[in-house]
Design a protein around this ligand. Structure first.
Ligand code: NAD
Length: 264
């Protein structure tokens, strides 16, 4: 353990199980001395999150559905009851109706478009607004995005539009929060098999395509994401804000299928 996160404490939002990107990040933060709180969505996840939090030495967990502003207020009140200030927040949350993460983007319904934007984008704005009030000495906020924001990835549909809005929100929030010494960045992770990813149509094809066509010729892991998460949430990245940083084995740099890529 290094002391990279010693004396720092923060909130992890979006842990569902030990495959979650939030888990990859939380593990590295704890390993480097951070004190962690966890919020989960509903009772079903409570029993999964509590033992994982305990594994990292945390008994501080609470419910928070980020689409409910009263629930968000209550969660931050709970955080403030125990901790006067925080140093970081991880926002690893996204959601859309999985029946619309396949087929045509133009078939997205208004209800699902609004819900997807609410849970996957507005929640970051709402979290940042509440978190900054607890960061009088500066801080770091991190969210998770995907390449489908930049280029069309089959089936990603409305989630791609939401991630584009999320990445732009990061820039606007960075500009708002910069004068307070609060940084906010996004990691654009390559495809990883998680609960959320299992809702995306033909996800196994996306995984194989990335594995065969990325410069590193492999898929990334939650440990890869965790390492970069540690960088963004520690002082190692003290001069970096408003950034979308790819942790995708280099896939976003490639313009064509690799010559050595097998057929899928
Ligand atoms: P995951 O299923 O482990 O995590 C998604 C989390 O979002 C869950 O904990 C879920 O409870 C939470 N969530 C959904 N709706 C919520 C709500 N209303 N209130 C509170 N929490 C809510 O999957 P993951 O892949 O680890 O996803 C984390 C983030 O990483 C998401 O933003 C996702 O888009 C992003 N991401 C994932 C991949 C991938 O391939 N897995 C790639 C790039 C980016």
């Amino acid at each position: 353990m290094t002391g990279l996160m010693a004396g720092k404490r923060g909130l992890i939002m979006g842990l569902a199980n030990n495959k979650s990107l939030a888990w990859g990040i939380a593990k590295q933060l704890a390993e480097h001395g951070a004190e962690l709180a966890f919020s989960y969505q509903g009772d079903a996840l409570k029993k999964r999150v509590e033992p994982l939090a305990a594994e990292l030495g945390s008994g501080f967990t609470f419910d928070c559905d980020v689409s409910d502003m009263d629930a968000l207020d209550a969660a931050f009140d709970k955080l403030k009851e125990r901790w006067e200030t925080i140093d970081f927040v991880v926002h690893a949350i996204g959601f859309s109706d999985k029946t619309q993460l396949r087929g045509k983007f133009y078939d997205t319904t208004l209800d699902n478009f609004l819900m997807t934007m609410n849970i996957s984008v507005y929640s970051l704005v709402a979290v940042a607004s509440r978190a900054q009030a607890m960061m009088p000495n500066g801080g770091s906020i991190l969210t998770l995005t995907y390449y489908g924001a930049e280029k069309v990835v089959p089936h990603y549909n409305v989630m791609g539009v939401a991630k584009a809005a999320l990445e732009t929100s990061v820039k606007y929030l960075a500009n708002d929060l910069g004068p307070q010494g609060i940084r906010i960045n996004a990691i654009s992770a390559g495809p990883i098999k998680t609960l959320a990813a299992s809702g995306i149509g033909d996800f196994n094809y996306i995984l194989k395509w990335n594995q065969y066509n990325s410069p590193l010729r492999r898929n990334v892991t939650i440990e890869d994401v965790g390492g970069s998460g540690l960088y963004f949430l520690s002082d190692l990245s003290s001069g970096v804000t408003g950034e979308t940083h790819h942790v995708d084995a280099g896939y976003h740099t490639v313009g064509m299928k690799q010559e050595d890529a097998p057929d899928i």
